[in-house]
Structures are given as C-alpha cells and as structure tokens.
Design a protein around this ligand. Structure first.
Ligand code: GRG
Length: 295
C-alpha cells in the first residue's frame, strides 16, 4: 500500500467513525439498549470500504466530503445490519466479527435481530432527511439502496447462498450469488456518489461497470482470504466456507485461477476508469488494494 492511499484510508475511516458516532449516539431512556447494541457492532471498525468508495467517487467528481458522508454512512449502516443478521445462529452462526464476539454473543439474540432491524430502517430515515440534497436525489438514493438490498441484492444473494450450502454449484451460479450478496452494495456505493455528483447517464454506466468489477473482485479475495488468512488478521472466523461446506471460487476454480480472475477484474475496473474524464488516481489505488489486501 502506498503511503498516500494508506493515509487517505485512515483519514476517511476516522471521519466515517466520528460521523456514525454522531448519527447514532448513545441515549438514555427505556429503550437505550437498542442504541447500545447497535453501536457495539456499528462502531467496531471494519474496513469501511463501501462508504469510502462513495466519498472517493464523489470527490473525483468535485463533491466535498460534507455532501457525501451521511449517504456513505447510510450504506455502512445497512452493511452492518446485514453482517449482524448474517452472524445469527439461524444463518451463519458466527462467533467473531470485526475482531470482537458477534452481537448475539454479548447481547440477547433478540437484541441482535432488533439492532439489525433498527439499522436497516434508520438508514432510510436518514436518507430521507438529507436536506443538502434535492428531494429527487434523496428519492433516487432510497430507491438504489432498497433495490440493491432486496431480492436482486443482499437478501436474494443470502437466500441463494443458504440454498447452495452443502451443494456443488456451477461457477455461473456462484458468480450470481457473489454479485447479489456483495457486488450489489459496491454498486450502491458507487451509484450513490453518481447521484450526489449529478453525473451524466454515460458516466453512471461507466461507474456501474467499475463497481461491478471491484465488487466481484472483493468477494473473490474474500474467498481467498477465508482459506489463507487467520482469525486474528481477518477479525472473523477464517475457514468458515470450508466448515460450512460452501462452494467458493477456491473450491470451484482453485487458488491460482481465483487470483488470476481477481486480477483480471482489477484490469477491467481500471479500463472503466480510463473512460472517465476526471482524476481517478485514488479510485485506481482503491481498486488495487481490494485485490492485494490481506484482510
Ligand atoms: C439487512 C438488508 C439486510 C439483509 C439481510 C443477512 C443478509 C440479508 C445478507 C448478508 C449478506 C452478506 C453477509 C454478505 C457478505 C458480504 C461481505 C463480503 C462482507 C464482509 O465485508 P467486509 O470485509 O467487512 O467489508 P467489514 O467488517 O470490513 O465491513
């Protein structure tokens, strides 16, 4: 990682952390536990790659951080909501997330369900109240996020993932699961920036192609790290795909071919950026780190 990108990511992560802390503060009162439970997972860190992408793409089009950060935080909220639910005993039943015990291990399981529900609903409340954006822009963001979280996004991807457990599926079926489960949120992140920056239809198409390539690359690398990295480095349980008998890029294509495909997707992402008429230096570096990351 270059120093420039390193400090860019650190700065943005801190800004996102501070903003999330303000958007969902600790509160007293008879329902204070919902804020405690939600903040336990939301403020636990994580790479913040989705909100960083929103901010970075918006900045590439000249939009200052103040205009994109709340929408970026909304994305991180829905992402965290999906992680909390994904970790529940009725789903992946995981004990470790973001370097800490999962929410349902520390709070009653019902609180984990409710914290996920709260983040999911608060996300849309937040987007509807972003008065620095036009009503049309807000509606567009709400549509994008609802669509990318729904049957053709997070939720559809998750149910296909559950259906595929214990089976060997085709590479095409696996790619579809990855595009829905993981790619959809990367698409939303980049589309969010496009809406906030009022980009042209042509630019939006290019951004979507960029997002689709890095989203799939991110998940392939996630599959690779699941077999090559440790719990400590990942902050979540390594080897869980094999333990749950899931088809992954590695099980279907092997480590070498998976690395090659991630690399090809990186080049595809860069080729999309080449078509944009703005400074995409940081976006190129983010695309690179998605492929060469170690956690
Ligand atoms: C709440 C809308 C909603 C949906 C629930 C449970 C579920 C449906 C979907 C789960 C989808 C899921 C867990 C996808 C995995 C995506 C993925 C690669 C997560 C890991 O992301 P990182 O590495 O994690 O960016 P950090 O912790 O760094 O943020």
């Amino acid at each position: 990682m270059t120093m420039t990108l390193d400090s860019y990511l650190t700065t943005k992560s801190q800004q996102i952390q501070e903003r999330l802390d303000k958007l969902i503060p600790a509160r007293d009162g008879p329902y204070r536990q919902i804020f405690e439970a939600t903040r336990y997972s939301l403020l636990a860190g994580g790479k913040r790659i989705r909100p960083i992408l929103t901010i970075a793409v918006a900045e590439a089009f000249g939009v200052p951080l103040e205009l994109s950060i709340d929408a970026a935080c909304a994305l991180e909220m829905i992402h965290t909501s999906s992680l909390i639910h994904d970790d529940l005993p009725c789903m992946d039943d995981d004990d470790l997330r973001r370097g800490k015990p999962t929410l349902h291990k520390v709070f009653p399981e019902a609180y984990a369900v409710l914290a996920g529900d709260y983040l999911l609903t608060f996300t849309f409340e937040l987007l509807s109240t972003l008065t620095h954006l036009s009503v049309e822009q807000r509606l567009e963001l709400i549509y994008i996020l609802a669509h990318r979280s729904g049957s053709e996004g997070l939720i559809g991807g998750q149910i296909m993932d559950i259906e595929a457990e214990g089976k060997t599926i085709s590479p095409e079926a696996l790619e579809m699961i990855h595009q829905y489960k993981t790619g959809a949120m990367f698409s939303a992140s980049v589309e969010f920036a496009g809406v906030i920056a009022n980009v042209s239809e042509g630019e939006m198409e290019i951004l979507k192609n960029f997002a689709s390539a890095i989203g799939l690359a991110f998940q392939i690398v996630d599959d690779i790290l699941d077999v090559t990295a440790s719990d400590e480095v990942l902050g979540k349980t390594a080897g869980s795909d094999v333990a749950k008998n899931k088809s992954t890029y590695i099980s279907l294509k092997g480590l070498e071919q998976s690395r090659l495909e991630a690399e090809q997707l990186y080049h595809q992402a860069i080729a999309s950026l080449d078509k944009l008429d703005v400074d995409t230096t940081i976006l190129r570096e983010i695309a690179n780190i998605i492929v060469v990351r170690s956690r």
